[in-house]
Design a protein around this ligand. Sequence first.
Ligand code: ADP
Length: 371
Amino acid sequence: MTAISKTAILARLSAVRAPGAEDDIVAQGLVSEIIIAGNDVTFALTAQARDARAMEATRRAAEEAVKALPGIGKVIVALTADRPAKSSGTPAEAARHARGTAVPGVSRIIAVASGKGGVGKSTTAVNIALGLVAMGLRTGILDADIYGPSMPKLLGLTERPRLSGPGSKKLKPLERFGLKAMSMGFLVDESTPMIWRGPMVMGALVQMLREVEWGALDCLVVDMPPGTGDVQLTLAQQTPLSGAVIVSTPQDLALIDARKGLAMFEKVSVPVLGIVENMSYFLCANCGTRHEIFGHGGAKAEAEKLSVAFLGEVPLDAELRRRSDQGEPVTACEPASPLAAVYRNIAGRVWQAVASGENSRKPPPRIIIEK
Ligand code: ADP
């Protein structure tokens, strides 16, 4: 049970007003999503670059106001230049508003998520995206795993993104294997410690979504940060997602985590397109035998139980790991391999699931009788 509630925090913040402002900071929509971890609280306040200095006093006042709550732990309030959605009274309204705001030129956004790290979520995300490219779809990938970005390695990209044109404030995504890509890893050196605070992470992600010149895309695949915490939930809530794919390994524990992933997307009303079972079985290159090391079929059975589509299974494959780590994703670099076919199939099912979800939400066609 969380002792500290968002309502109590917002009530305190409603008493804080920036110098010269007509309304308090909550009513002005300057407060970001509030992240509560145990008794620690983190959120951001929006400040225009030119009045950031003046806002410092307001930031401190907001921090003090929240610190006065009984039982409170650490309070971190950051200033950010990223503005929540316009004309929104509360962070909840801001989230709803942002969710409904499409990314210009991008038709569909699909999240690839996992209940925990290390299950092969990023590997799956990049290969599904390349499977969509192979289907002739204009596709991009956004690496939202800000703490451990993997797209530079998986796609073998080392250059930095540039501004999309003279005077432009938008970044041009990098491109590899016909796939557009953006990752915090392209902007920050691997050796730089990433001490991102929750709201800062959100700000960075919203920027990567909206301030990148994606161009016309049929599909943008978002490689979500692993897990189902507050950052993931906020991201799922604030991104206009068409659907989500959950990656799981066959182990029971991972499946428990996968269920948490399902619950998270259900909570924010994002349709779950299905589950992919990764490291499903081991196909021995020498004897050709299929070894089901982890007890195979767990994800499929689980998907059935939860009435979620099973999108396919990817074997545990040393060559896949070796190539991934070298920036040579199999779907693009070994298109004739059985593994590439596995990923193309999964991508096809993902695409079908998105399309059928859209069809089922559309009103039935009207019959017009021409005279
Ligand atoms: P996550 O995004 O879930 O943290 P990654 O995609 O980064 O996981 O994968 C973790 C490691 O497992 C990487 O070294 C990757 O190459 C390897 N890996 C992922 N899927 C497979 C697979 N099917 N077979 C072999 N190795 C895999």
